[in-house]
Design a protein around this ligand. Sequence first.
Ligand code: NDP
Length: 350
Amino acid sequence: MVSHAAVKEALGVVSRYAVFERFIIDFIMKAIQVQKTGGPEVLALVDIPVPKLEPNEALVKIAAAGVNFIDVYFREGRYPAPLSFINGQEAAGTVTEVGSEVKTVKPGDRVAYSNVLGSYAEYAAVPAEKLVRIPDGISEQQAAAAMLQGMTAHYLVYSTYPLKKGETVLVHAAAGGVGLLLVQMAKNIGARVIGTAGSEEKARLAREAGADEVIIYTSQDFEAETKRFTGGKGVDVVYDGVGKSTFDKDLNVLRPRGYLVLFGGASGAVPPFGPIILSQKGSLFLTRPTLLHYTASREELEWRATDVMNMIAQTKLKLRIAHIYKLEQAQQAHRDLEGRKTTGKLLLVL
Ligand code: NDP
């Protein structure tokens, strides 16, 4: 593949043909490609052609791409994708071109999206039905930070287990990207929030987001503490994106007929188990939801995206964009995320 530098060097010879230079540069882009699955080192910075559009797609010039834990699963191969692929599935930017069938967006529109692989790049071809307009007053960085984690927190508290005022909820990794948004949304509904966090600093952030109680689960027993905070009654729902290391104790801190919403496995996948345990622990409910199924229709996608953007505009939801990396620093972003060094949102900017 011809590199950016090589193209520019070659163009030095013909630099007076400025139009020609633009023509060539426009068709080559930088991207972070996974050519084989593995650790952060497999995230390769490459120069590749800008994707060609299908009739239903729009070309988005990306301003900021969200980094999410799901990108780690794809990079590792835990979630399989045909190789080679461009990692990342959340971004915001500007439409530069549209396919022949696209009527909903036009060049110049500011848009954001999630759940389309290929956002760690300068450009992405995105099905128009996945794009939402970014309202005035919301920056591209805010939109990129809000889409995937914001809509996740939204479906978890409004749809998977519709949380009610006065209920008690346990949120794991409460200072993380999804965690900080979940805490705020649960508090806005009027629930009592118990959070867990891996350090004092993270506990402080979770409290600032509204958590009533925070357990530092790396040094405290979250089962004993949750029982203490609820007077032995247990919580109505556990929202757990940590998985392997928390799952067993989650079953012990729920009230009878409580809900365990397992939405991720940052510490690893939960091993197989017999469902009889749900009966023994109090006729519990277990679900393993994913955002894709909660934004499957255009109506549902628009409802959640609009709600989240409105909450941000009205400052009912505060984003914490804590870590901004350049595209070429994607490896570092993954190391920090997996190393539990991050809080709130990570972005790659272009
Ligand atoms: P986070 O910012 O929450 O980062 C993960 C956090 O998990 C860490 O900061 C850490 O917080 C905690 N953690 C606990 N144990 C480990 C471990 N062994 N290794 C790494 N981290 C650990 O990430 P996201 O907000 O992007 O995602 C959170 C979870 O939500 C993930 O599991 C993700 O897959 C899931 N998710 C699921 C979606 C769905 O629709 N199902 C959609 C979006 C995200 P601490 O140090 O405080 O313990």
